[in-house]
Design a protein around this ligand. Structure first.
Ligand code: NI
Length: 136
């Protein structure tokens, strides 16, 4: 059930908020505010080491000595956290790997950090989501 409440804010902050709403194509302030709040709560869950799902994506040079082996070996070490891995041969030199993960946030973060630290990994990112069980 939706409940109403009143929010007070300074003119310039409200102006920034309305610009944000327009840029992100939100229909109204309420929807934008709900998403912002959910986003912050998800971040908090992450910090609090809750169960999360996420996606790690990395781009690496497959000519780098033993890098492909190391990427695979690391993932086997986290097989409980990995749902699925997709490998794309981007071009002659580069591979893209997208890894869907679930588990404790600290474990998922650990895998992402370990992959990022490998020599030859050009770009790595982790995005986290929550099932939203506690978020309504
Ligand atoms: Ni490849």
């Amino acid at each position: 059930m939706l409940k109403r409440f009143t929010v007070s804010m300074e003119d310039n902050l409200l102006e920034d908020f309305d610009n944000f709403i327009r840029d992100r194509h939100y229909k109204n302030r309420s929807e934008a505010l709900r998403d912002l709040i959910r986003g912050r709560i998800i971040e908090k869950e992450w910090e609090a080491d809750k169960d999360v799902m996420g996606v790690i994506s990395l781009v690496y040079d497959h000519h780098q000595h033993k890098l492909q082996e190391k990427v695979t070996e690391l993932q086997h070490g986290f097989h409980h956290q990995i749902v699925s891995t997709t490998h794309v041969h981007m071009d002659h030199d580069n591979c893209l790997e997208v890894i869907i993960v679930r588990g404790k946030a600290v474990e998922v973060r650990g895998l992402a950090d370990s992959l990022t630290a490998l020599r030859g990994v050009r770009n790595a990112s982790l995005s986290m989501g929550s099932t939203g069980k506690n978020l309504h």
